[in-house]
Design a protein around this ligand. Structure first.
Ligand code: NAD
Length: 491
């Protein structure tokens, strides 16, 4: 087998890591080794940061109208390579090809929005704050931006940050997830083809040691992180302690409220996609369905039927609706949590454990699983499972259900399904979560809105995407000017 050995991208060049330490990148559906990713050293990170810092001097002086031309070029290249990139996501992550196409579309959307940086990064001016004195606010880039991404979106999540950082005049060093680094290598080849000057975009592969080196490096001025809550907390506290601007998205547990008047077919389809899309490995996945009043009578049988019919298998096959989970260890972990849920007193409605997919016996497959009567404080209701597991609980009223949403330590997203506008408005107003869906199962903000997140799902002030990202990657400078007439020579 001719395994690809991945390289770092530093100062416009592909560079082999010098550590000699590698990790296998495997196809989660076949266990085939696709590549070897280097576990680089802090010294390699330091080299990338030094060169990115050097490149920052010139890059921030490039007019913004010129900087966005690279974004336009990148957009064209991403479209031309769309299918190859989507296939690469499916191979290393396992999600279906359609899900990978959706991910690429969302990544490209962020490049499109960053093309508006001249307008998005405008400052403010007020003339005559006092007689003959004007005050203005301008936005300037911070310097080198560190970006750390998770495994569940090999392309999209880094693009919540990279286009905005670069278009506003920062330079970037990214550490992709070592579980899914191949697509990011392909994306960097396209950034190279787009012609970004040397040092503007850099990539160093590795693990926790590189993350800590990013958090400690004095020349890195901002850190954008997405991953699990414990690591997000670590990144936020250690990065902040070093005086950096930090935006750190964490884990999630997203409850959906189902009222008895919700449309059965639409709601069932949407919730199945939300709970089991990407095998539940999505921070916006609906993982708890709260049945209100009599809703369970119609919805529990509908969910059971739809989940049992969902086709699980190899993501490149067109008929497949759900792929594997990322590693064999995750499969064991998720099946263990399901057992703990049963031990807590939940009932099994649809059991997806011990799945064997003919032809893919080595894959990390779990079929859709639904547990009912999950206790409010039990493991299924409180732990981020990050697998295809939906827990169902019951409430008498919307108020009671909102309390459950608000008692969660997480606050990434929550949705309601109903035809009742008043109930929907109450939920929108009172639910403590950063992304709200009303008859929408995956309330993923478009690139021109912030990817919000509250409580333990986010640490920081400004989120990824859109205007938040522009603000995050720039610092404001306020200038107060006086130009007395009597100082002028007469022309
Ligand atoms: P993870 O926290 O294990 O890893 C994220 C990144 O941190 C990776 O690049 C990894 O190499 C690095 N890392 C891992 N452990 C580390 C440590 N101890 N110290 C320093 N760095 C470390 O997350 P993951 O498993 O790759 O991704 C899944 C998680 O991401 C889930 O919890 C999911 O909810 C979350 N997520 C959140 C959002 C959001 O917007 N809030 C979006 C997508 C995913």
């Amino acid at each position: 087998m001719n395994e690809q050995v991945l390289q770092n991208y530093i100062n416009g060049k592909w560079v082999a890591s010098t550590t000699g330490k590698f990790r296998d990148v495997s196809d989660p559906a076949t266990a085939e080794i696709l590549a070897k990713v280097p576990i680089s050293s802090p010294a390699e990170l330091d080299e990338a940061v030094q060169l990115a810092h050097k490149a920052f001097h010139d890059w921030r002086r490039v007019p913004v109208t010129t900087r966005i031309q690279y974004m336009f070029k990148l957009k064209v290249l991403l479209e031309a390579n769309f299918e190859d990139l989507a296939r690469s996501i499916t191979l290393e992550h396992g999600k279906t090809l359609d899900e990978s196409r959706g991910e690429m579309r969302r990544a490209i959307e962020n490049v499109e929005v960053a093309c508006g940086t001249p307008t998005l990064s405008m400052g403010d001016v007020v003339e005559d704050i006092a007689p003959g004195i004007d005050e203005l606010m301008i936005r300037q880039p911070l310097g080198v931006a560190g970006i750390i991404s998770p495994f569940n979106f090999p392309a999209m999540i880094a693009f919540w940050f990279i286009p905005y950082a670069v278009a506003t005049g920062n330079t970037v060093v990214i550490k992709p997830s070592s579980r899914v680094p191949i697509t990011m290598v392909k994306l960097f080849r396209l950034m190279e083809e787009a012609g970004f000057p040397a040092g503007v975009v850099n990539m160093v592969h590795g693990g926790a040691e590189i993350v800590d080196a990013i958090l400690d490096h004095p020349l890195i001025k901002s850190v954008s992180f997405i991953g699990s809550t414990p690591v997000a907390m670590h990144v936020f506290s250690r990065g902040s302690a070093h005086g950096k601007r930090v935006s750190a998205g964490g884990g999630a547990k997203c409850p959906v409220l189902i009222l008895p008047d919700a449309d059965i077919d639409t709601t069932t389809n949407i919730i199945m996609d939300s709970a089991f899309g990407c095998s539940g490995q999505r921070c916006l996945a609906a993982t708890i369905a709260i049945m209100i009043g009599e809703a369970d009578k119609a919805f529990i049988p509908a969910f059971a039927e739809a989940a049992s019919k969902r086709v699980t298998g190899y993501g490149l096959k067109p008929e497949v609706q759900m792929g594997p989970v990322i590693t064999p260890q995750d499969k064991v972990r998720i099946e263990g949590l399901i057992q703990q849920g049963l031990d807590d007193g939940a009932e099994m409605l649809v059991d997806g454990r011990n799945a064997v997919i003919p032809g893919y016996e080595k894959g990390n497959f779990i079929r859709p699983t639904i547990l009912t009567d999950i206790p409010v404080n039990g493991i299924i209701a409180t732990t981020e499972i990050f697998g295809p597991v939906l827990g169902i609980m019951h409430c008498k009223t919307v108020e009671e259900a909102i309390k459950i949403v608000n008692n969660s330590t997480y606050g990434n997203a929550s949705s309601i399904f109903t035809r009742d506008g008043s109930a929907a408005r109450k939920f929108r107003y009172e639910a403590n979560a950063g992304n709200i869906g009303i008859n929408i199962g995956i309330a993923a903000p478009m690139a021109f809105f912030p990817f919000s997140g509250w409580k333990d799902s986010f640490f920081g002030d400004l989120h990824g995407q859109g205007k938040h990202a522009i603000e995050f990657f720039t610092q404001t400078k306020v200038v107060i000017e006086r130009w007395p007439k009597e100082w002028s020579r007469k022309f």
